[in-house]
Design a protein around this ligand. Sequence first.
Ligand SMILES: N[C@@H](CCC(=O)N[C@@H](CS)C(=O)NCC(=O)O)C(=O)O
Length: 220
Amino acid sequence: MLRLHSSPDSASMAVRMMLEELGLPHEVRVLDRERDLASPDYRALHPLGLIPALETPDGTMFETAAILLWLADRHPAAGLAPAVDSAARADFLKWLFFTSTNLHPHMLNLFYSDRAAGQGNEQAVITASRARISALLDALESAAARRPDWLSPDRPTLLGYYLSMLLRWMGSFEAGDLRRVTLTDYPALHAVAAYLETRPAAQRVAADEGLGPRPFTEPC
Ligand SMILES: N[C@@H](CCC(=O)N[C@@H](CS)C(=O)NCC(=O)O)C(=O)O
């Protein structure tokens, strides 16, 4: 049995949606962030005490992108990612890692700016990361506009779920003079998110986590 350690509206959301999309039996453990993340029991699962962690028959996994890729590769018939030997795999992997090593960390900088810059320097890191996020979203929009199968607005995909989750957070973040990202400024990414949020898998998770009926395009 798969066991996901989660928290509402955190990075476990994309993993839950993939588990639902794949129809895999799983248990969801909702963490108490204050109590659990630093506990020895949870640190034994995740060395940094972060969310998500997924217990699997092959051992515990962490890092959102690694978990999503493992799930997709284990269930190739679902087509959530290009097969390992397909021509599209190279392009897909490039943009998956682009997202997990650039966009995701810069988004975390917005929400945990004191960690990145030290207390008192939060605004500088928020301003720098926000500017970088704009450049990253421009690049991702260009990739999505080419309508690759692995980031399609017509079918569920690993990268679509991962990006839609990150776009949800960007759509709700504002600080000082920095306005929220308007998702409609990125029409190809918006189309991916708008399609995915209609999927029963996404709707079930959104309802359970209290994310509203349009969790990606109208974050509440
Ligand atoms: N690179 C990690 C980042 C995980 C991460 O930072 N998760 C956040 C939730 S979205 C978290 O655990 N926050 C709690 C904390 O940092 O105290 C991944 O992709 O899984």
